[in-house]
Design a protein around this ligand. Sequence first.
Ligand code: G3H
Ligand code: 13P
Ligand code: ZN
Length: 309
Amino acid sequence: MALVTTKGMFAKAINSDYAIGAFNVNNMEIIQGIVDAAVAENAPLILQVSAGARKYAKPVYLLKLVEAAIEDTGLDIALHLDHGEDFEICKKCVDDGFTSVMIDGSRFPLKENIELTKRVVDYAHSKGVVVEAELGRLAGVEDNVSVDERSATFTDPEEAAEFVEKTGVDSLAIAIGTSHGAFKFKGEPYLDFERLEKIQELIPNTPLVLHGASSVLPEFVERCNKYGGNIPGAQGVPEEMLRKATKYSICKINIDTDLRLAMTAEIRRHLLENPSDFDPRKYLGPARDAIKAMVQHKIKNVLNASGQR
Ligand code: G3H
Ligand code: 13P
Ligand code: ZN
């Protein structure tokens, strides 16, 4: 049981028909719900921390909570920086003990993205830490990175091959139609599997990463709305598309929004049905259970990762 890099996990997953869930964490209940699910499913696990999460919880709290989760469960966990926007935040996380960092240079032209990623790779590798980069742009809002939906462009397979060769990056996040948040598609959901196939052909040994992979399950949006929420028009990536993606060299699938919806739906329900409760444990406990149930569902029915630890 330890903090581990994603190297071993990805080596196992790349030619298999499952993917590893990378779940965003912001507090104790979220971490506990996720790790309990990974234990129950005996699944490999990546916990990821965004710049926003670091600001919300303070870096040291999240690091210590993840260390506590390892001690408590005996799991091997990869601790990953999600959407690092510059060299400095990546360096900080490497120095803090993260085992994996993402440098997100996707807003830059290819040459700058390569230069920035290479700089992070050189530093991280010198400390035994692995690096994820991103090529192509996802529509929607990322941590500190706003991308106009219209300027969103899918990943070019040839550029992906050049990028991996020149940077030596360990894994690559690609844009094939997913986006962050609860409003992913205005019309019919669509993922560009042909493009994914071409990318895989050109860089067969590079683990690929799918960001923006929440499914925004109607049941949870409806539950939020039923208990006083207002989230109209939410739509995610259909689960069967994600199951299909696991059969390619997609090794890591990022999920945050579905955890937020599960937690919020449960807290809303609890408070509305129990108006005299004011002990936070009364609603955060069930919220933690809701996170666990959602993550177990993802591991079992979407990622196909049960028993792959
Ligand atoms: O990709 C973004 C993740 O969902 C993290 O979101 O930046 O609000 O923490 P956040
Ligand atoms: P979702 O908003 O679809 O959950 O995506 C999360 C993500 O990509 C984190 O990096
Ligand atoms: Zn993301």
